[in-house]
Design a protein around this ligand. Structure first.
Ligand SMILES: [Zn+2]
Length: 241
């Protein structure tokens, strides 16, 4: 098991000093997660970071929920183009490097006990490791243990990153939290984050706008706060079993 532990401060507001000079890696399951869950922190703290790189684990070819029915060609091609273009625009705004790992989504019903879940954790672990991005990272930002609103792909990305971080470079892991327990509550004025989210507004091809503000699963992260748990990494991990 990873021994990732810390006695963190409680409910602190991040200051630029937290990430000043840091090489920051963001590992998220889906296109748009980087803007939704940590967009304010990235946008406002980017000027003080030494480097920022965003990794998207899944593929734009896969959908993240059963209700997101794959559209027929050529609408599906257009949907993919829009999502990738939005992600590229976000990374451009953030002056961030980017990687796409093209690993399929898990079924929405997957649990940590499932064999395919554990296998997917190992796949993500190996793919992220192969990027080499953790070897010189100071801070890695990723999904929380609960997968925010319970998304299995968010959870298994969390599990893979936590395992990998214990055997490689970063000294801190910041995981998305919610209005529950958090080590840092980041209050912001929403403008910078909204500009990032705006890139994804037209990722749908059915004529509707992507409005996480109206989605009960995501609404919490579209207000004036983002929440993070911070864990200091002790490097004594092997590959996940
Ligand atoms: Zn997601």
């Amino acid at each position: 098991m990873c021994a990732a532990s810390k006695d963190p401060p409680t409910d602190r507001q991040p200051s630029p000093a937290h990430l000043a000079g840091a090489r920051v890696r963001v590992v998220v399951a889906h296109f748009d997660d980087e803007a939704l869950f940590c967009g304010a922190l990235l946008a406002e703290m980017r000027p003080v970071m030494a480097h920022l790189h965003v990794v998207v684990v899944t593929s734009v070819e896969t959908t993240s929920a059963p209700r997101e029915v794959t559209a027929p060609l050529p609408l599906e091609i257009e949907r993919r183009r829009r999502r990738v273009a939005a992600f590229d625009a976000v990374c451009c705004d953030l002056d961030a490097g980017s990687s796409q790992l093209h690993i399929p989504n898990l079924p929405q019903t997957s649990t940590r006990q499932d064999a395919n879940y554990q296998e997917r954790v190992r796949t993500i672990w190996a793919a992220v490791r192969q990027t080499g991005l953790f070897t010189d990272a100071d801070v890695v930002i990723t999904h929380g243990f609960t997968g925010e609103y319970g998304h299995p792909q968010h959870r298994c990305v969390h599990d893979a990153v936590m395992s990998l971080a214990g055997s490689t470079g970063p000294t801190e892991i910041w995981t998305f939290s919610a209005s529950g327990p958090a080590d840092l509550t980041y209050r912001h004025d929403t403008r910078a984050k909204s500009r990032l989210l705006d890139h994804y507004r037209h990722q749908k091809v059915d004529g509707s706008l992507w409005l996480p503000e109206h989605d009960p699963r995501m609404r919490e992260w579209t207000g004036v706060r983002e929440w993070y748990r911070i864990q200091r990494v002790v490097n004594d991990c092997e590959s996940p079993t």
